[in-house]
Design a protein around this ligand. Sequence first.
Ligand code: NOJ
Length: 704
Amino acid sequence: MKRRILLLLILITALPLGAQTIDDRVDALLARMTLEEKIGQLLQFTPGREDLRERVAKTGIGCVFGMGTAADINEMQRIAVEKSRLKIPILFAHDVIHGNRTIFPIPLGIAATWDPPSAELSARIAAREASASGIRWTFSPMVDIARDPRWGRVAEGAGEDPVLGAAMAAAYVRGYQGKDISSPDSILACAKHFAAYGAAEAGRDYNTTDMSEKTLRGIYLPPFKSAVDAGVWTLMTAFNALNGVPATANRHLLVDILRNEWGFRGFVDSDYEAIDEMRNHGTAGTPEEAAIQAITAGVDMDMVDAVYDTLANAVKEGRLPESVIDTSARRILRAKFALGLFERPYGDERREKAEHLAPAHLDAARRIAQKSLVLLKNESSLLPLSKKIGTLALIGPLADSREDMLGSWRAHGKAEEAVSFLEGVRATAGAQTKIVVSDGAAIDDAVAKARTADVVLLVLGEKGDESGEANSRAFLDLPGNQQQLLEAVVATGKPVALIVMAGRPFTITWAAEKVPAILWTWFAGTQGGHAIADVVFGDVNPSGKLPITFPRSVGQIPIYYNHLPTGRPEDLTQRYTSRYIDSPNDPLYPFGHGLSYTTFEYTDLKASSGMQAVTVSANVRNSGKVAGEEVVQLYINDPVASTSRPVRELKGFRRVALAPGETKRVEFTIGRADLAFWHEGGWKFEPGMFRVWVGGLEGKFELK
Ligand code: NOJ
């Protein structure tokens, strides 16, 4: 009783009489707004729009995105806060996808760290830098599962696995939004693109998707659910139609699942012109019809196409209740109040100067980049290179590129602030090493330079802006003349280490056979050149693992590790089994693959059985000569269930650091929820025996 009174007293003193909650403030403001002012809050423009300033002053605007500096942002904000009738601040947004000014590896590279704390740290730093300029919303993380490397946007996500994807999604949300969204260095995160965008047919961007509810729920939605559970404030819809219904007006996704099942309370943004594009999908005849469909499905904000302007007439003429507009405006205003935008609408030029490219940020970018690099192959330990090498040839179009280090979506990152691989090598190699360079455009020159060298580092791949949006490929060979260059350089007989910069897997089948060492570096960010050199010369032991399967050929796509079994599994001695007559089934490099300069040995796998949860544990020992980090991965298989289950599913992973000779016991807990699957309209857990693998060891457990 006494405790209750005490609690009540604390509550009363903490909430002074008349104190308003955010919802009270929103209601009070909404009550004063005209229909046009409410619709203004639903609109989102880029600064290039001609009538933008006029609109900001006249009705106010929900969001402006694509601006850079505090000076520019503040100038625009002043119009909203000083000239508009209700002084509602603009929410400034930007595509801060893998860093703001300090650029981190592309998200697929961050996923290759298998280290959610790295994702969180990169997002925290991005939030600090962006918020200093007045950007309080980012269109990140992209949490689309992607099983098709032809799709250029695989670069922007965490790859093919829902468990890894869900862990990364939550980490980004925590990083961007911080502990308290009202803190001046917190920004709203945006989980995108809701949903199934990564399943675009034929890997062609913006193409349609068609999938079962089981695959949607089990594979494509878990990272979104994880972002919502982590408290994400916003979602962006996808460009595609899902089973014939555009995601931008998909009530099943936006109402049934997002709002009703998951209890999401933030706001939903459309993608760029996607509302009006419903006319192209053939599900709306006019812009007004498209707008009504989108807003009634719960798309609160309209990106760029301004079709929500048509809603004013729709309300006035009785085709749409004003309450629908109120609901969306309320959600957007709630976010603005929660951010503290009404109290602190401006960017801070002094903080901007101090935060952008701060030494601690550059240091984090280098460390995270180091962890993202995946050593695919290392025959006779060609890598790491000795710092005493006499002559080193750096060959290839990407060998000295700063620009391409940044990858797609470099926000406010600048090429001149990035470190190319050549610069990284120059800073790390020994003083006596002679470095010869060729961009590989003239193959003869490259070959001549290779002949003079003791070791060749061949830096191939795609350009940074050839990954990401609208960069689908029908072929996954090394672009241009790079395969010829590779073959000519290898033909010199010199030891060649291939370094590939790319936003996706390539079908490097020839290289996998003929080149002794291959390091996959993604686009490693501002400090990429240093990070790659750190690994090439052995100052850092590589520890990245593939977050996506590498196919042998485009013909194998879609290829992903957690596929369903078939009634006729591949049997090379039997003709009528599930296989190709001209290719093996297995990938070139599987999901989870990645080598180290040391070796890890797994022993003593134990799996308990239980009712609610089981524990699985194993010893992992560094059995080599140098310190290293290993990503311990746990996979399960449910061999008999009422629906076919994937041949393997990742259920846990942990990064462990081990000194030479050191052993650690790693333990995982697997509960019923981890093993449940979507079946006949709901999540089902079916008790029974499960197979389990950790680091090549196999066991089993029973969960009753
Ligand atoms: C279109 C992209 O699909 C989306 O991811 C991005 O955030 C917006 N454009 C804004 O640039």
